[in-house]
Design a protein around this ligand. Structure first.
Ligand code: PMP
Length: 368
């Protein structure tokens, strides 16, 4: 069976190899006689799946030993509350608002701490990034929050801000939900990173949290135990029943990522090269057309989420119907910005982007 190319923003396409392996192991995982869904999370089979997944993620992302990796539930939106519950100490937090997701984060955090907007790109309608040198950071902030890839607006930090160089000792919190594992992370600049799995890693239901050890143990008294990072870390993410099947699929995806190769590069470095090639191809096609437009500044265009508009919006429905007929699915843009959005996560092969680019050209020619 030839599968269509799925450009969904998330839950999103998964590597076909991962889906096939999961299908082959569905009824009987490695001779255990059980599906992974049917295993106790405390049994030796699932513990081995969990330990491999954690070790593979640490290796792939080069996560230093002084960070804990937590597999939690609740997604990115729950983390908007869980982060301040754990690390704000009821004090203050600075937010850089660069699109819908960081805006949601700052609104939620206001329930738990004193929030200030350190910088925003609202005046450019979320199409640029405020340079870190212009951020208004408070000396006493307990953390600084940044969404490093805005999934709806298609704006991505190409480099993490260096808070120390900006005179701040606060830990940097990054929401990397929509570009996790698509590029390396400079952990020396990060205090905490969180992201749901449903874009680049696996099915919805598991949230990855990478947290520096010194940030553990400061949760507010009202913090639910299942959301207390220290409790979760002390119990190897098994304080409550973890989302076992989602962790298993994420683990298969980590193994797939480890197998990536591009020239000398392997793993995430190879994945980054693939992602760059795909993004360049698509942005180039948009920029060289007379029909499509992407308004994001070139220095911060997302490699994962490519929003674009048709200059003649009356053709939107036609465009989507033609795309679907050619096996190019879920290209409709987010309702808040309209138009189209092509999400080209790790699992989108170059062939998928090539097929989209040919369709863009074909559609434009037909309507010239
Ligand atoms: N942050 C970002 C950057 C996202 O893209 C999303 C989901 N699209 C979220 C947070 C929220 O994730 P969830 O729906 O899993 O809570």
């Amino acid at each position: 069976m030839i599968r269509p190319f799925n450009f969904s923003a998330g839950p999103a396409n998964l590597p076909e190899e991962v889906l096939r392996q999961a299908a082959a192991e569905m009824l009987d995982w490695h001779g255990s006689g059980m599906s992974v869904m049917e295993m106790s999370h405390r049994g030796k089979e699932f513990i081995s799946i969990y330990e491999h997944a954690e070790a593979d993620f640490r290796e792939l992302m080069a996560i230093p030993e002084h960070f804990k990796i937590l597999f939690m539930q609740g997604g990115g939106l729950a983390e908007n509350a869980i982060v301040p519950l754990n690390i704000s100490r009821g004090g203050s937090a600075d937010f850089v608002v660069t699109g819908s997701w960081s805006d949601k984060s700052q609104k939620e955090a206001r329930k738990y701490c004193d929030v200030q907007i350190a910088a925003t790109n609202e005046s450019s309608a979320h199409t640029s990034l405020p340079p870190p040198a212009t951020w208004q950071l408070r000396r006493d902030a307990s953390y600084v929050h940044v969404c490093t890839n805005e999934t709806i607006h298609g704006v991505e930090f190409q480099e993490l801000p260096d808070l120390k160089a900006l005179g701040s000792d606060a830990p940097l919190v990054i929401d990397f939900s929509s570009h996790v594992a698509s590029r390396p992370v400079d952990w020396s600049k990060v205090g905490l990173a969180f992201g749901g799995a449903q874009k680049n890693l696996g099915p919805a239901g598991v949230t990855l949290v990478v947290v520096r050890e010194d940030l553990l143990g400061h949760a507010l008294a009202v913090c639910p135990s299942a959301f207390n990072y220290k409790t979760v870390a002390d119990n190897d993410s098994m304080y409550n029943t973890p989302p076992t099947y989602a962790i298993y699929i994420a683990g298969l995806t980590f193994q797939w990522l480890k197998r990536q190769k591009e020239g000398e590069a392997t793993g995430i470095a190879a994945m980054e090269k693939h992602n760059l090639a795909k993004a360049e191809l698509l942005y180039d096609a948009i920029d060289h057309s007379g029909l499509y437009i992407n308004k994001v500044s070139k220095d911060c265009r997302s490699r994962m989420n490519v929003p674009f508009l048709l200059r003649d919006e009356s053709r939107n429905e036609d465009f989507l119907a033609g795309a679907k007929a050619r096996g190019l699915l879920q290209l409709k843009g987010h309702k808040s910005v309209g138009g189209m959005r092509a999400s080209i996560y790790n699992a989108m092969p170059l062939a998928g982007v090539e097929a989209l680019v040919s369709y863009l050209q074909e559609f434009e020619q037909k309507h010239a």
